[in-house]
Design a protein around this ligand. Structure first.
Ligand SMILES: *[C@@H]1O[C@H](CO)[C@@H](O)[C@H](O)[C@H]1NC(C)=O
Ligand SMILES: *[C@@H]1O[C@H](CO)[C@@H](O)[C@H](O)[C@H]1NC(C)=O
Ligand SMILES: *[C@@H]1O[C@H](CO)[C@@H](O)[C@H](O)[C@H]1NC(C)=O
Ligand SMILES: *[C@@H]1O[C@H](CO)[C@@H](O)[C@H](O)[C@H]1NC(C)=O
Ligand SMILES: *[C@@H]1O[C@H](CO)[C@@H](O)[C@H](O)[C@H]1NC(C)=O
Ligand SMILES: *[C@@H]1O[C@H](CO)[C@@H](O)[C@H](O)[C@H]1NC(C)=O
Length: 407
């Protein structure tokens, strides 16, 4: 008896050591999370000679969590954070670099933890794919690092500077497929992760997609840009936390080429639509360059030029798709500067329909492909569910659960 027990334990041990997934694999479609803007952990290491404030650290012996680290967003320290997090644009190479003496890396490739929690200490404002992840694990038997993976990237940069991400994502899909008994993958993408995934899929052959991809689930995907990006260039964004000053965070936000990629697409907005209204001049998409000059962010126009080509390719993803998004949440569609005020002041935000961040027309971009591909496209809206709440709303979680239980 005793011997048999030892034998069994040893046997289990051997199996566990070599191929742990053989024991735990689920036959459900394995999931890879593709995050949006701000949706990946970032780590920084410092070796600086110049800092904006004497309280700022110059040298760090090792990499530390910089995004999202709430301790770094308090007064004064936030100035250090901005300097460490911002990018410098070089218009000759049309690429960006970190501040001199700062190295930034994206931890946890493949590990869902890196996108479930932006703050590794798990402080709640940093919860990201956490609720979707917990639902998949607790209710559907998914296993982190095996049938549930994460694909983080440096969200500050646009696709032209994220070439490595697309190569690695293909490898991650293939690897995840293999370790799950060749069950095709479901990609779950949020916000900017939607168009990132679209670019990725457009670049693969149909044969590859048929073999490796089961479906794509998008949550609040930014298919055609958003006026919100223009608002961030103009006045910044407080990330939904009222204690944070938009105007301070803006200093970092306006250095991100990805924000230029998220500007309203000319395939979704007409040249005649006023995006910014002032007494003297109205700005439409045709006046975007002038607008960036007038708000003194000339690089905004460079980012636009560098990324417009990624908006231009709107070929269908070529995979079965579930396009989920909120509606009926007030969403900025125009900046209105009252007569007499300059572009330095705070505009009134004229609101329209959307999910609070992305305009409705952009969220609905997926409908365009209904007649452009033979794989099915399911479209589901959630009234009153905003751009971030879609990651934790019970109806959304139920929809994802049902979808993954039946495909
Ligand atoms: C920091 O940079 C200096 C040169 O600027 C270099 O000599 C030193 O080795 C660097 N320190 C670390 C820890 O990388
Ligand atoms: C790059 O920026 C410099 C200085 O702002 C400017 O003089 C130059 O024309 C720019 N070059 C290009 C290619 O945009
Ligand atoms: C996933 O893998 C990473 C890297 O190997 C590891 O640090 C982490 O603990 C793993 N997570 C789980 C839940 O096993
Ligand atoms: C598409 O494929 C080309 C050629 O392999 C590669 O250079 C490019 O980075 C890829 N782009 C994306 C978005 O995957
Ligand atoms: C700007 O647009 C608004 C609304 O479309 C219009 O009423 C106004 O006259 C325009 N102003 C200018 C300066 O063109
Ligand atoms: C949006 O709200 C309006 C007014 O509150 C309501 O009439 C409409 O039915 C709502 N639309 C959706 C899709 O829920």
């Amino acid at each position: 008896m005793r011997l048999i027990l030892i034998f069994i334990i040893a046997f289990m041990y051997v199996i566990n050591e070599t191929k742990p997934w053989k024991l735990t694999a689920t036959q459900r479609s394995p999931v890879i999370f593709v995050p949006g803007d701000g949706g990946s952990q970032l780590e920084a290491q410092l070796n600086k000679t110049v800092v904006p404030h004497y309280l700022c650290e110059k040298v760090s012996s090792d990499y530390f969590n910089i995004w999202l680290n709430l301790e770094l967003l308090v007064p004064i320290i936030i100035d250090c954070f901005i300097d460490n997090m911002k990018l410098t644009y070089h218009n000759d190479t049309r690429t960006t670099t970190n501040t001199e003496g700062v190295s930034v890396r994206v931890p946890g490739w493949g590990d869902p933890f890196s996108v479930e929690y932006l703050d590794p200490s798990k402080a709640s404002p940093g919860n990201y794919f956490k609720d979707v992840g917990n639902m998949l694990v607790n209710q559907l038997g998914y296993v982190r690092n095996l049938s549930l993976r994460g694909a983080p990237y440096d969200f500050r940069k646009a696709p032209n500077e994220n070439g490595e991400f697309f190569i690695k994502l293909k490898q991650l899909v293939e690897e995840t497929y293999v370790i799950n008994n060749k069950v095709p993958i479901t990609l779950i993408a949020h916000s900017m992760g939607g168009p990132m995934t679209l670019l990725f899929l457009q670049n693969q052959t149909q044969k590859w997609k048929n073999q490796y991809i089961k479906s794509l689930i998008t949550l609040g995907a930014v298919w055609g840009g958003s006026v919100k990006a223009l608002k961030v260039f103009a006045v910044g964004d407080n990330l939904g936390a009222y204690v944070l000053r938009e105007s301070i965070l803006r200093d970092q936000q306006i250095t991100s080429p990805s924000l230029g990629w998220l500007l309203p697409s000319k395939y979704f907005w007409k040249d005649t639509e006023v995006l910014v209204q002032t007494q003297k001049k109205n700005y439409t998409l045709l006046d975007l360059q002038q607008f960036f000059l007038d708000i003194n962010v000339p690089n905004g126009w460079e980012f636009r030029k560098d990324t417009e080509k990624f908006q231009a390719n709107f070929a269908a993803p070529g995979v079965e798709m579930y396009c989920l998004h909120g509606v009926n949440v007030s969403t900025v569609e125009r900046l209105y500067y009252k007569p007499g005020v300059t572009l330095d002041s705070y505009p009134q935000l004229i609101l329209g329909d959307g999910d609070g961040t992305v305009n409705l027309r952009s969220l609905e971009g997926c409908l365009y492909w209904k007649t452009k591909q033979k794989q099915k496209i399911y479209h589901q809206t959630f009234a009153g569910v905003d751009h971030m709440e879609i990651l934790r709303n019970q109806h959304v979680l139920d929809y994802i659960k049902t979808t993954l239980s039946t495909i």
